[in-house]
Design a binder for this molecule. Sequence first.
Ligand code: PLP
Length: 354
Amino acid sequence: MNDITKLLRKNVQKLVPYQSARRIGGHGDVWLNANESPLSTIFETEKKMFNRYPECQPKNLIKSYARYVNLSPDQILSTRGADEGIELLIKAFCEPGIDKIIYCPPTYDMYQINAKIAGVKIEEIPTIKNTWKIDVSSIKLKLNQVKLIYICNPNNPTGNIISQDTLINLLKITSGKCLVVIDEAYIEFSPNNSMINFLKEYSNLVILRTLSKAFALAGIRCGFTLSTKEVINALHKVISPYPIPSPVSDIAAQALTVDSIKLMKNRVSILNLNRFWLVKKLKNMPCVKKVFNSHANYVLVQFFMFDKIFKTLWNNGIILRNQNHKINLRECLRISIGSRQECMRVIEELKKFV
Ligand SMILES: *Cc1c(COP(=O)(O)O)cnc(C)c1O
C-alpha cells in the first residue's frame, strides 16, 4: 500500500467493488451477461446546445413516468439509474456505524455494497435455498436498528417472484420502524406482481424502477424511486443538484410516450416467448442439472461440468454471468434472454456437452 491509499477510509480500503458485466469484460458477439435488451429503438435528441444546467428533476420526464405508473409527480424521483436510488435511500435514512440495512442473498449486490461504502451495517438474511422465499420470521427477529430492507422482485439472479402476501406481511411488521424497498427493475416482465398499488396503503413502501431493462435504455442511465411524497422530499435533500443530463431526460421522455410504451410491451412479449423457448430446450439437455423458474429477462441454470461450460462458451464469444461464488448458487450461471438467434446459439453450444 502506498501513502495515498493509506489515506482511504478503512471500509473503502477493504471494499470489493461491484463486479459489473462491463468490469468483468469478455470478447465475443453474444452478450447475455448484463440482462440488457437485445432489441433497441432509434432515438434522436432535439436539443443541440448544452451550455445551461438541466432542471433538477425534469418536469416532462417526471410527468411522463407519473402517467406510466399512474402516480402523482410528487411521489417520483428520477435518478442516475435505479442504482442511485439504492444509494440515496442509505444516505438519507442510515446513520453510519449505527443503523443497519437488511438484504436477502442471493440477490443484487449493490444493496450491500452501497451500505459498505456508507459505513452502514448489514444484516444478511438469506432466502430459503431453491424456493428463494424470504425468511420473514428471521427478519422479524433482526429488526433492531434496521432502517431499510431491500427486496428484489423479481429477484436477480434467481428469477423468482416474492408473493404479495409475504411483502404485505413484511410491510405490516415493519410499519413505523423501517422502509421496505422493493427493487422492481424487472417488473415489466411480470407486471401483475408490482407492489405499486400498495403505495397508497403503506407509507413505509418504496419502489425502485429503471429504464435499463424492459425499456432497453441501459445506455442512458435513468431510473426512478417511487414512494410517498415525504420520502421523495427527503431524497431531494441528498441527491446531487443536477442528476439527469438533458439528453437523458429528452430520450427517456420519448421512451415513455403512449406509443413507445406499446413498443416496450411488444419487446417484453417477444423476450418472454424467447425465455419459454430457451427454458424448454435447456430442460432437455443432459448437461443441465436444474433450471430455475424465471419471471424476468434471464434464467438461472445449474449445470453439470459448470466450469468447463462457462469457460468454453466464454472462449467461443458467448458471455454468460457466473453465479457460482454466491450463496446457495453453486454451479449456477445466469443467462440473459437475448434474441431468438442468440438463444439458439447458446443451445447449439450446450449440445456439445454430453
Ligand atoms: C440492473 C439492475 C439495477 C440497476 O439498474 P440501473 O437503472 O441500470 O442502475 C437495479 N436493480 C437490479 C436488481 C438490477 O438488476
